[in-house]
Design a protein around this ligand. Structure first.
Ligand code: PHE
Length: 450
């Protein structure tokens, strides 16, 4: 039996849940790593431009469609379409979104599993279980599979509890704890030798790099991934939002929270890298670039924590706890995409749908973990670099070319009666109709050619 649709009980509940979806490994790992790889401050600057000029308008498209249709992406795009062709394209786009969300979760749960393993490592070190510590931190198929399974159980348990009792309740608990942990770590790192040098690399833009197509493409990909766009996550969260809420304001708050936390994560990770250098850790690779990617999180920072002596143990624990929490509030939003589709379009109960899809995702993660070298990067590139921007483009097209402008206006007006006099209404529809698709397409093609 399909259960009645859930709804966020409050504005704060929605903001924390949607920000929880947005703030994840993409912010705390992806953003600082990308900044380290792409000229520090130059990347930060372009990222902010992308987040507010491209990702925010696309986020608004998802929230508005979601709240209007009160359904998952597959049905939503059909509902706003008139004519068979548009309906069929809508259905296919929706399916594509559901599949991509599922695939993102399959690789995301492996990485989140690493965070869980590294979170447990300081505990096993303290209790003298040296062999377990080594197993937890060494790359192996078994470890990857076991921890992605544990992570998927946590994710599925939250989703199976429903919108208010699962997503909202846990986002409201986890998001503030995450912020607190992050603030404590930033304060600690800032007082260490070397931190200021890291700050300079992070904040001073190298203007020569600003026009680099690679940097621009990375910043766009990062902004889309970070705001959880294209795959119907924000659409489904929007569908659980009350009609009284002001959508442009909600979207703006989520974008601001997401970008601010990415920015804060940079204040933590890049200075920490230079603190590590002071402790004798190598932070530049052979090519003379700052170490980024997995090595930064799983080698450079752990080496720093070890070199700190006793204080390094709680610091490592807090850092990886922060990572695990951030990953969990995002993974629940990914799982909600296929689960809401299965509940609404196939009449399954939430409990059955959640556990069934949880198992499917786990099997996919297992396949990726067992063929890591062949599949991992392939799935990441396919989903985040190619599919997310293209799906974002489709959503912009559906909102402004396929959907009726008056219906869209009526939807925004509910919760924001003066919208027609606002700057938002003067700019946004035309912008999403012409500029966003063109910009996404140009940058997408440039990224592919590079
Ligand atoms: N925004 C999340 C992050 O930054 C990732 C995500 C992508 C979540 C797509 C949901 C959908 O980590």
């Amino acid at each position: 039996m399909s259960s009645p649709r859930g709804q966020f009980s409050s504005k704060t509940g929605f903001i924390l849940a949607a920000s929880g979806s947005a703030v994840g490994l993409g912010n705390i790992w992806g953003f600082p790593t990308n900044a380290a790889e792409n000229g520090g401050g130059a990347f930060v600057l372009i990222y902010f431009v992308m987040a507010f000029c491209l990702a925010y308008p696309a986020l608004m498209a998802e929230l508005i469609i979601g709240r209007h249709t009160k359904s998952n992406m597959v049905s939503a795009l059909q509902k706003i379409s008139t004519g068979d062709i548009a309906k069929n394209v809508g259905k296919l786009t929706g399916f594509y979104g559901v599949i991509i969300a599922t695939l993102i979760l399959s690789f995301y749960s492996i990485v989140a599993g690493w965070m869980l393993a590294f979170f447990l490592e300081p505990l096993s070190t303290v209790t003298g279980l040296a062999e377990i510590s080594i197993w937890l931190t060494e790359f192996s198929g078994t470890r990857n599979i076991i921890f992605s399974a544990v992570f998927m159980v946590l994710t599925t348990a939250v989703i199976s509890a429903g919108v208010e009792q699962g997503i909202e309740k846990w986002s409201c608990r986890l998001m503030p704890s995450m912020l607190l942990l992050m603030a404590c770590l930033i304060v600690y790192v800032m007082f260490q030798d070397g931190a200021i040098e890291g700050l300079k690399v992070y904040l001073l833009p190298d203007f020569r790099q600003i026009g680099d197509p690679q940097l621009i493409a990375s910043a766009m990909g990062q902004a889309f991934f970070s705001l959880s766009l294209g795959v119907g996550t924000m659409l489904i969260y929007g569908s659980y939002l009350s009609p009284d809420e002001n959508l442009p304001a909600m979207g703006a708050i989520v974008t601001i929270v997401d970008s601010s936390i990415a920015f804060l994560a940079g204040l933590l990770v890049l200075p920490a890298l230079f603190v590590a250098q002071q402790q004798g850790v190598t932070i530049y690779n052979e090519a003379g670039n700052l170490i980024a990617g997995p090595d930064l999180i799983f080698q450079t920072l752990p080496t720093l924590f070890h070199s700190m002596g006793a204080i390094g143990i709680p610091i490592a624990l807090v850092f990886f706890c922060l990572m695990t929490i951030a990953a969990l509030t995002s993974s629940i939003s990914m799982l909600e995409v296929p689960v809401s589709y299965t509940i609404e379009n196939h009449g399954a109960s939430r409990h059955t749908a959640a556990w069934l899809i949880g198992i499917v995702v786990f099997v996919l993660s297992g396949l990726i973990a067992l063929n890591f070298d062949r599949l991992f990067n392939f799935v990441v590139t396919l989903t985040t670099e190619y599919s997310q921007p293209l799906l974002g483009l489709m959503l912009c097209i559906f909102t402004t070319w396929v959907w009726h402008r008056d219906k869209m206006l009526t939807e925004i007006r509910s919760g924001y009666p003066q919208v027609e006099q606002s700057l938002f209404w003067k700019i946004w529809p035309g912008y999403v109709r012409f500029c966003c698709p063109a910009l996404i397409l140009i940058m997408f093609i440039q990224g592919v050619l590079n």
